[in-house]
Design a protein around this ligand. Structure first.
Ligand code: SF4
Length: 349
């Protein structure tokens, strides 16, 4: 497998061009081809000489992912993208069309690993186990493919697909920084959210390094005993310790913090709301409530009751819609598999 040119920061790409006997400014042209013009071959970079194009092709690849399947939800317009890696594995990304944010942008949910080691019981990715981390290029290529086939250029990015982003810390941060470059995708730090199940050492590092991307913590259970069952990370890094750290480090590095809470029938009592309230000092966070994508999802009336209980926290609370359920594109449903039937529509790629 050739190294992808998308694995590099601008300064690193400048060094590569210098090593190849070329001017350093060629790297800026490269970034424009890759991230603004979505070009997928060195041969299409028309302001490079034939000699430079062949030197680059000899050493580097451009696009490490092949788009295998594009699937459209008939229920809500969500799209799911299945990609094949060069070593034959599958990963997925999701375009959340009906979840436009306040500014009208749509959201691309991307993967950071092939499989995942964290073993959350509600998650299809967990069943794959951990295979490997995605490279920077593989993380970025998901966005490039989605933008290319949809024509969408104005989007939010959430690291909430397959994998635990903070178990692939260096590549995730590097990819997020490249997304933010003004001559690349130029996505604001406020439009990029990194989600974690609560890997405390990585959260501490993230805060210490003062990154400005939004941070989301998957809570899902306020009762530690239940959380241990549903999210084994609780055994190693109890959410109480994560919350204590966050409470003591308000807005130290992250731009906005959200607590993600997938609602089941058995975790939306008044007691649950009080426990969440006790865990976090809520001045600087937002609570995202997400209905579980399964028959265990609570009914509307109970969700409304839970929202009322949660109002004691006096913070913004958003109930997300459960999207893409007919194409297994919802929270916890990504399994890196070809579509095996349902009401979704396969779009030719
Ligand atoms: S929910 Fe996230 S952290 Fe948990 S197993 Fe699934 S991908 Fe991993």
């Amino acid at each position: 497998m050739k190294d992808s040119i998308k694995n590099y920061y601008l300064e690193e790409a400048e060094d590569i061009f210098e090593r190849l006997g070329e001017a350093r400014y060629r790297a800026r042209q490269l970034f424009s081809w890759l991230y603004a013009k979505n070009v997928s071959s060195f041969d299409d970079m028309s302001n490079y000489s034939k000699d430079l194009r062949s030197k680059l092709t000899e050493e580097f690849s451009v696009s490490p992912l092949v788009l295998e399947e594009r699937l459209l939800s008939k229920i809500d317009g969500t799209e799911k993208f299945l990609f094949k890696t060069e070593d034959g594995h599958f990963i997925e990304s999701v375009l959340l069309r009906n979840e436009a944010s306040d500014d009208g942008r749509l959201t691309i949910c991307i993967s950071s690993q092939i499989g995942c080691a964290m073993g959350c019981t509600f998650c299809s990715t967990a069943k794959i186990g951990f295979i490997r981390n995605l490279t920077v290029a593989e993380i970025l290529d998901q966005i490039i493919h989605v933008r290319r086939v949809t024509g969408l250029l104005n989007n939010n990015i959430v690291f909430m697909g397959m994998g635990e982003p903070f178990n692939n810390y260096d590549n995730v941060i590097k990819a997020a920084n490249i997304m933010n470059y003004s001559f690349g995708f130029h996505i604001s730090v406020r439009k990029i959210t990194i989600s974690t199940c609560g890997i405390l050492p990585a959260i501490k590092r993230y805060v210490k390094e003062k990154h400005l991307f939004n941070l989301a913590i998957s809570l899902n259970d306020s009762d530690p005993a239940l959380r241990k069952i549903n999210m084994p990370v609780e055994n190693k890094y109890p959410i109480k310790e994560v919350a204590d750290f966050i409470n003591k480090n308000p807005a130290a590095g992250y731009n906005r913090m959200t607590i993600e809470y997938v609602m089941r029938k058995d975790n939306i009592s008044k007691k649950n709301a009080e426990e969440i309230n006790k865990l976090f000092k809520f001045a600087h966070v937002m609570l995202n409530l997400i209905p579980l994508n399964s028959p265990e999802c609570p009914v509307k009336k109970d969700i409304e009751k839970f929202m009322q209980y949660c109002s004691i926290m006096n913070i913004p609370i958003i109930v997300r819609k459960s999207l893409g359920s007919d194409i297994s594109g919802g929270c916890g449903q990504l399994a890196g598999k070809k579509y095996s039937g349902g009401s979704g529509e396969i779009i030719e790629v």
